[in-house]
Design a protein around this ligand. Structure first.
Ligand SMILES: Nc1ncnc2c1ncn2[C@@H]1O[C@H](COP(=O)(O)OP(=O)(O)OP(=O)(O)O)[C@@H](O)[C@H]1O
Length: 270
């Protein structure tokens, strides 16, 4: 990839599912560019196509029309070249493998030698603060710790892009905010771009350089909010009480459902 190539470029992408009840337009003419190192969240009501868009970027599905480039390559080539790491709502760790062995898994699958695998896992365990848990099994870890291991596994091959679909959705609020702080730091330290799907407005605003707001039926981008709440080192919990944070939350909310603060199904506004 040449310097300056975008992490993700989605141009005129539509995805229509053929169902028994007729065609479902999950995405309609979506354009989205994510710069190298940029953190972009996708937010919108249930069924607006967030996961579909992420799946297209990850080559888990193909668009009906339009084009997608991932770090300057087609999604398939990007997948084969392991240009990105993926983390989902369920950590998806293998219960019979230790924490370290779970992190090493992608490296092992791709033939990395044992010594190099061990060294990389040790590095990542330090990054996520779980060095002391290397030899534990996943069921000995809390949900937040398991999710940190899943993020470390996604980072194993040093991807410059992370694709995350509600990775903190199953966590309690306190753990979730801690994980958000961690992720800001990890993204900054690794220089990875992140495309992050969430239902939570505050989560999207806290984490992101930009929040992309989507509408359902057909799934379209209806607004983009620049957050810019400071560098990773200054983005501490205090940011959550600052005026800039509330302004960005209000702007996202406005794009979601006009100025009236009515609840949108599937979106947390707290
Ligand atoms: N394989 C499929 N076959 C048929 N319809 C599908 C398929 N996958 C998704 N859809 C439809 O496409 C639309 C978008 O789904 P998607 O899962 O991307 O939404 P979402 O915004 O991620 O929703 P949620 O927030 O509830 O996870 C929905 O109407 C969904 O029912």
């Amino acid at each position: 990839m040449s310097a300056g190539t975008h992490a993700v470029e989605v141009a005129g992408v539509s995805r229509v599912f053929d169902t028994k009840k007729g065609p479902v337009v999950a995405l309609d003419d979506v354009d989205l560019t994510v710069a190298a190192g940029e953190f972009v969240s996708l937010i919108g009501p249930s069924g607006c196509g967030k996961s579909t868009l992420l799946r297209l970027i990850a080559d888990l599905d193909q668009p009906t029309s339009g084009t997608i480039a991932v770090r300057g390559k087609g999604p398939r080539q990007a997948r084969l070249d392991r240009e990105y790491g993926i983390a989902f709502q369920q950590a998806g760790l293998l219960p019979w493998r230790t924490v370290a062995a779970n992190i090493e898994l992608p490296l092992q699958v791709h033939g990395v030698a044992k010594g190099a695998r061990r060294a990389r896992a040790a590095e990542l365990l330090e990054l996520i603060g779980l060095t002391d848990f290397a030899d534990h099994h996943p069921d000995q870890l809390s949900g937040g710790m398991q999710q940190r291991v899943a993020i470390a596994r996604a980072l194993a091959e040093s991807p410059k892009l992370l694709l995350m679909d509600e990775p903190f959705g199953a966590l309690d609020e306190i753990t979730r905010e801690r994980m958000q702080n961690e992720l800001v730091r990890i993204a900054a330290e690794t220089g990875a771009a992140v495309v992050f799907v969430t239902h939570s407005i505050p989560e999207a605003v806290f984490l992101s350089d930009r929040v992309v707001v989507m509408s359902p039926r057909p799934g379209r981008i209806t607004g983009v909010v620049d957050c810019q709440l400071g560098s990773s080192s200054s983005r501490t919990d205090a940011v959550r009480d600052e005026a800039g944070f509330f302004h960005a939350v209000a702007a996202v909310r406005e794009h979601l459902h006009g100025t009236a603060p009515v609840a949108v199904r599937g979106v947390e506004t707290r």
